[in-house]
Design a protein around this ligand. Structure first.
Ligand code: MSP
Length: 502
């Protein structure tokens, strides 16, 4: 791994409603990536947070008869609590109402203005509050936004950003950076959208009061998407582009998003950054949607799955595993409790849980630590070298493949136990073979526990604790014979990791 550092971000989530599994999903993906990089010894800064300005939040607060800030604070807490419950490892939870962010956005705006990319005008056209997005006449289908959101006709004073001037620079940038948007299918959508031509973008709102005032005309507020996108650089210390954080993490950034907000991240954001003369992010990775009862999960459709309920019913790690395992990024995921139960019973309770329980118990029962450790070097070499494929899958954002590969190792390990039959070797008092079989299995399990960290961090810890592996020996750099398990490890039985009645 030769990257010097990684900046992993999620979108900042709107605080108009409570979080659902779509929000949790994106954040879990970012968490898995951050943990993966950290485990390679690569410093990773993981950022998440809430998007608190704009008409959508303003209206939600009005509906609750609350001030927008009070409303935002209550809802931001729902996200914070959820991420804490799921043991997510973010380095900062940013709120777009944070003071440093407000300063950062105003500075960003002034820079765009000074660089000649903003002019005043009037916006007359369609706006969808649900998407916080302006739509052109030709995008409107049957009186609705292409997303199905309601639109309203607005006419108001505004500022425009000269997006049209960035068509060619964007296309040139895309050509030079074929991995800028992943998966590939999404990149093709972005390129064809830009090829069709870009219109200048309205970037301030006269009728929206809940927002950051534009520096030149405080009666107007800055368009919520400029505000929101800037969170990625605020968190690194912008406008101080010489701060240690900025220099370490920008532009080593991976923006994890859902495909619904690709246009903002893959077109507007790079254009804004070019206009501000800042380097562009390394990649934008868009996953699909979680579908429930045939439709994208969303508050307006009333088909939301509450992640707190999944937490109570199934626990954080089975829920996390299901979300990461079930849907590749280039397709949607179909949510059902039956599918979650089926997947986690098979993979977690049966394959992984059983393996760990039976092998650690046998080790303890047969007092294998009293014997001097030997193991099958060929099998273990193959187990170590699996890290290349796993790294390839994770760094190309194919987490489902990562899991598949890892579970084939778990299956191999189970087969090895079935084949060597330690219980029989014990009965036959064939202690030499017994030691070899048990230490080979436990060394495979040590590797499995290290590989599994990004997917199931808590389970990984439980297994490594049972194997008596020191905290300082839990990195992938320890996938080597020098760190192999031996008779000094005080191994205890791991117990049941995933109860069957899940
Ligand atoms: N506030 C903007 C993002 C600004 S980022 C600079 C926003 N917020 S949101 O609350 O609507 O969250 C959108 C994100 O939530 C999506 O991009 C996706 O990551 C996640 N999901 C929301 N619904 C989803 C599904 N049904 N399925 C999967 N993820 C989805 O847009």
């Amino acid at each position: 791994m030769n990257s010097k550092s990684k900046f992993i971000t999620t979108p900042v989530y709107y605080v108009n409603a409570k979080p659902h599994i779509g929000h949790l999903y994106t954040t879990i993906i970012a968490d898995a990536l951050a943990r993966f990089y950290r485990q390679q010894g690569v410093p990773a800064f993981f950022l998440t947070g809430t998007d608190e300005h704009g008409i959508k939040v303003q209206r939600a607060a009005e509906k609750n008869a609350q001030s927008p800030l009070k409303h935002a604070t209550v809802h931001a807490k729902h996200f914070q609590d959820l991420f804490e419950k799921f043991n997510l490892s973010h380095n900062r939870f940013i709120r777009t109402t944070d003071q440093d962010h407000i300063k950062s956005v105003q500075h960003f705006w002034k820079t765009l203005e000074q660089n000649g990319h903003i002019y005043s005008g009037v916006y007359k056209g369609w706006y969808a509050a649900q998407d916080e997005c302006f739509y052109t006449e030709k995008e409107i289908v049957d009186g609705k936004a292409p997303t199905g959101a309601d639109v309203e006709l607005i006419e108001e004073k505004t500022h425009y950003f000269r997006l049209s001037q960035f068509q060619q620079p964007l296309l040139d940038f895309f050509k030079k950076n074929p991995l800028f948007v992943q998966p590939k299918e999404r990149f093709n959508e972005v390129i064809s959208f830009v090829e069709q031509g870009l219109e200048d973008l309205s970037i301030s709102r006269a009728s929206v009061t809940w927002g950051i005032p534009t520096p030149s005309d405080p009666a107007l507020t800055i368009y919520v998407w400029i505000d929101a996108l800037c969170n990625y650089i605020t968190a690194l210390g912008y406008p101080d582009t010489n701060s240690e954080h900025f220099l370490t993490y920008w532009p080593e950034s991976v923006h994890i998003i859902g495909k619904d907000i690709l246009r903002f991240h893959a077109i507007f954001w790079p254009a804004f950054l070019m206009a501000a003369k800042l380097p562009l992010p390394q990649s934008v990775v868009a996953h699909g949607w979680w579908i429930n009862r045939g439709k994208k999960m969303s508050k307006s459709l009333g088909n939301i799955i509450d992640p707190n309920e999944l937490f109570d019913k199934f626990g954080p790690e089975p829920t996390r595993y299901f979300l990461l395992r079930e849907a590749p990024f280039n397709s949607d995921g179909y949510f059902s409790e039956e599918a979650l139960i089926k997947r986690t019973t098979a993979d977690l309770s049966n394959d992984l849980g059983n393996l760990i329980l039976r092998t650690t118990s046998m080790f303890v029962r047969y007092k294998a630590h009293l014997l001097s450790a030997t193991y099958d070097k060929n099998i273990i070499n193959n187990t170590y070298s699996l890290k290349d494929d796993l790294t390839k899958h994770m760094t190309s954002y194919q987490i489902t493949r990562f899991c598949e590969k890892l579970w084939s190792l778990i299956a191999d390990c189970n087969r090895y136990v079935d084949h060597t039959k330690p219980w029989q070797l014990f009965k036959e008092k064939n202690f030499e073979k017994l030691t070899n079989a048990l230490f080979t299995t436990l060394e495979m399990i040590r590797c499995i526990a290290l590989y599994i960290t990004p997917i199931l961090p808590d389970t990984s810890d439980k297994i490594l604790n049972a194997l008596d592996i020191k905290q300082s020996e839990r990195s992938w750099l320890c996938l080597r014979h020098e760190s192999a398990i031996n008779s000094d490890n005080r191994i205890v039985s791991c117990g049941v990791l995933f109860p069957k009645e899940l």
